[in-house]
Design a protein around this ligand. Structure first.
Ligand code: NAD
Length: 318
C-alpha cells in the first residue's frame, strides 16, 4: 500500500471530477477543491452521473457507491482542502498563469510531506516546478477522459523530481487501477496529446473553414468502428479546455489556423453556453447525441441527393 491515502484534487471540472470520483471509488479519502461554488455544484451532479456509470459499466454495487460518496468531501476553501493531503492532483484550467497562481498560493498551506502532481495535458512539469516550492515532490500524472474505461496515466518527471516521488506517484496510480505509461522525456503534449491535439485541431479546421459539416467529419471516423468521432470527442473533453489548448498553442506557435479554430469554438460554443457533455450541449445534444442514432451511417435514399448536391459548390480553392 502506498502512503498516499488522502488526496486533494484542485479543480472540480471535467477531469478533476472524474479523478476525484475514481480515487474515492478505489478507496482513497478525497477532497475536491474548486474556486467556484457553481463548479462544485456541477461536480456533485457529475458524480451522480458517474455513480450510474460505475453501477452499469464498472460492476460497482450500491454499497460501493455509498462508500465512494462517504469518502468524498467538497470544498471552496483551499487551506482546509489541502491541510491533510498526502497527494494533491492539480486539474485547474490549461492556462499557465492560473496553474502557477494556484501552486504559489498552495505552497504556503501544504504539509511538508505532501506530493503534488499536475494533470496538465500540454505543459511541462518543469514549467511549474519552482512555483510549487517543492520541486522534488512534484511531477506530472496525466489522466485521460473517461478514466474508468481509459484507465491509463502518463507519468512525466522534470529534472528536479525525486525518484521517491516518481515511485510513490506510480504506486498510487497502480493502486487506483491505472496502467502507468512512463514518459521518458519531458515533452509538451506527452503521449496522448501529441496525437490527439493535432487530430482534434484537424477536424475542427474542416468545420472552421467550411469544408464539411460536423456530422460528416465524424462519420468518416465512425466508419473505423469508433464510438464517437473527433467532434463528439471535443464535447467530451469540454469546450473550455479545447479552447484553452487551441488558443494557447495557436498564440505560442503563431499558428493562425489553430487560433481561428479557437475563435470558432469561443463564438459558437463558449459564448452560447454549449460547453459539451457536461452541460448537455456541444456539437451534439446529450444524453442522446445524433451519432448514436441508428442509421447515422446508413447510405441515404435518392430523395436526399438534391440536398447533398446543393452543398457541393464549384471548387474555388481556398
Ligand atoms: P475544466 O474547465 O472542466 O475544469 C477546470 C476547473 O477548475 C473548473 O471547475 C474551474 O472552476 C476550476 N478553477 C479555475 N480556476 C481555479 C483556481 N484558481 N483554483 C481552483 N479551481 C479553479 O477543465 P478540465 O477539462 O477538467 O481540465 C483540467 C486540467 O486537466 C487541464 O490541465 C487539462 O488540460 C487537463 N485534462 C483535461 C482532459 C479533458 O478531457 N477535459 C483530459 C486530460 C487532462
Amino acid at each position: 500500500m502506498s502512503r498516499l491515502d488522502r488526496v486533494t484534487v484542485l479543480g472540480s471540472g471535467v477531469l478533476g471530477g472524474q479523478i476525484a470520483w475514481h480515487s474515492a471509488f478505489k478507496g482513497k479519502t478525497v477532497t475536491v477543491y474548486d474556486i467556484a461554488p457553481q463548479a462544485i455544484e456541477r461536480c456533485r451532479a457529475t458524480h451522480d452521473q458517474l455513480a450510474a456509470i460505475y453501477l452499469l459499466d464498472v460492476g460497482a454495487e450500491d454499497t460501493d457507491i455509498a462508500a465512494t460518496r462517504e469518502r468524498l468531501t467538497y470544498s471552496t476553501d483551499l487551506a482546509a482542502a489541502v491541510a491533510q493531503a498526502d497527494l494533491v492532483i492539480e486539474a485547474v484550467p490549461e492556462i499557465p498563469e492560473v496553474k502557477t497562481a494556484v501552486y504559489m498560493e498552495m505552497a504556503e498551506l501544504l504539509p511538508p510531506d505532501t506530493l503534488i502532481a499536475t494533470n496538465s495535458s500540454t505543459f511541462l512539469p518543469r514549467d511549474f516546478a519552482s512555483a510549487t516550492g517543492r520541486p522534488e515532490k512534484f511531477c506530472a500524472l496525466h489522466f485521460s477522459n473517461m478514466i474508468w474505461a481509459m484507465n491509463f496515466v502518463e507519468i512525466m518527471a522534470h529534472p528536479g523530481a525525486s525518484p521517491l516521488t516518481l515511485t510513490e506517484v506510480t504506486e498510487f496510480a497502480v493502486e487506483i487501477g491505472m496502467l502507468p505509461i512512463p514518459v521518458r522525456k519531458e515533452q509538451n503534449g506527452y503521449v496522448v496529446n501529441t496525437w490527439l491535439v493535432p487530430f482534434l485541431n484537424a477536424a475542427q479546421t474542416l468545420v472552421t473553414n467550411g469544408i464539411a459539416n460536423p456530422e460528416d467529419v465524424d462519420r468518416t471516423f465512425l466508419y473505423t468502428g469508433a464510438k464517437f468521432g473527433p467532434l463528439g470527442m471535443m464535447d467530451m473533453v469540454g469546450m473550455k479546455t479545447v479552447y484553452d489548448v487551441l488558443s494557447h498553442w495557436g498564440r505560442e506557435n503563431d499558428d493562425a489556423q489553430m487560433s481561428a479554430n479557437a475563435d470558432y469554438i469561443k463564438q459558437n460554443f463558449l459564448d452560447r453556453g454549449r460547453l459539451g457533455v457536461q452541460t448537455g450541449k456541444g456539437y451534439y445534444d446529450y444524453p442522446d447525441p445524433d451519432y448514436q442514432r441508428p442509421g447515422f451511417l446508413d447510405v441515404p435514399d435518392f430523395s436526399v441527393v438534391p440536398d447533398l448536391v446543393s452543398l457541393i459548390s464549384p471548387s474555388e480553392g481556398n
